[in-house]
Design a protein around this ligand. Structure first.
Ligand code: CA
Length: 231
């Protein structure tokens, strides 16, 4: 049975989350402050943690950092904090995904399923097939129909980090660090021009992207099944 820990100080929201997760067959545990969250995480070893950022005792960010000190378990952040800085900080602290309040339960449950799928060890995918293009990750080749699409090494670097993490929100900082290097972490304008080039080459309608989505101010997400993934 898959165990989920809900960390949230709004008790009515805790009840709603616990009920919805249980109905879907998860074993659910809850904590209403940051210190209890860390104790429960250590005791119960959940498969996934949903954590609110604004918590008593210990802030949600501290909870994420502590868990990341010893575990790679998926962490989904829930937060009413609106600022981009908070969201980015949560992702950089090690959260896997971010859901802003108010949210639809269906959306949250979809994010939970996606995070658990990614966390399940499976053979590394060598190819990504979409209705519009195919990406061969080992050969580093992209095709539309039978025609190879040429990507520059930098375009490939950005494409690869997104495509290897399907459905996952990848922060701007992480892409810049991985593709350009640690001293480029603030050069977010690079990302805008490279994502535009990738869309121009791969998206059926580059001005209305379906596969390479922008999460404004936060990062980018590769959506492998655009029709199923929209929530
Ligand atoms: Ca709160």
């Amino acid at each position: 049975m898959t165990r989920v820990l809900v960390v949230e100080d709004d008790r009515s929201l805790v009840r709603a989350l616990v009920t919805n997760l249980k109905v879907r067959g998860y074993e659910v545990d809850a904590a209403t402050d940051g210190a209890a969250a860390l104790r429960r995480t250590a005791d119960k070893r959940p498969d996934l943690v949903i954590v609110d950022l604004g918590l008593p005792m210990l802030d949600g960010l501290e909870v994420i950092r502590s868990i990341r000190g010893w575990s790679e378990m998926p962490i989904i952040v829930l937060s009413a904090r609106g600022s981009e800085g908070d969201k980015i900080e949560a992702l950089d602290a090690g959260a896997d995904d971010y859901v802003a309040k108010p949210f639809g339960m269906g959306e949250l449950l979809a994010r939970v399923r996606a995070a658990l799928r990614r966390a399940t060890p499976s053979d590394e995918k060598a190819a990504v097939d979409t209705p519009h293009f195919t990406i061969d990750l080992s050969a580093k080749r992209v095709h539309i129909g039978g025609t190879e699409v040429h990507l520059t090494p930098t375009e490939w670097g950005m494409l690869e980090i997104l495509v290897r993490n399907p459905g996952r929100l990848i922060s701007q900082k992480m892409i810049l660090r991985e593709v350009w290097g640690p001293s480029y972490e603030d050069e977010t304008h690079y990302l805008r021009s490279y994502i535009a080039q990738i869309r121009r080459k791969l998206e059926p309608e580059p001005s209305r992207p379906r596969y390479f989505l922008t999460e404004p101010g936060m990062g980018y997400r590769f959506e492998p099944d655009p029709d199923e993934g929209q929530v």
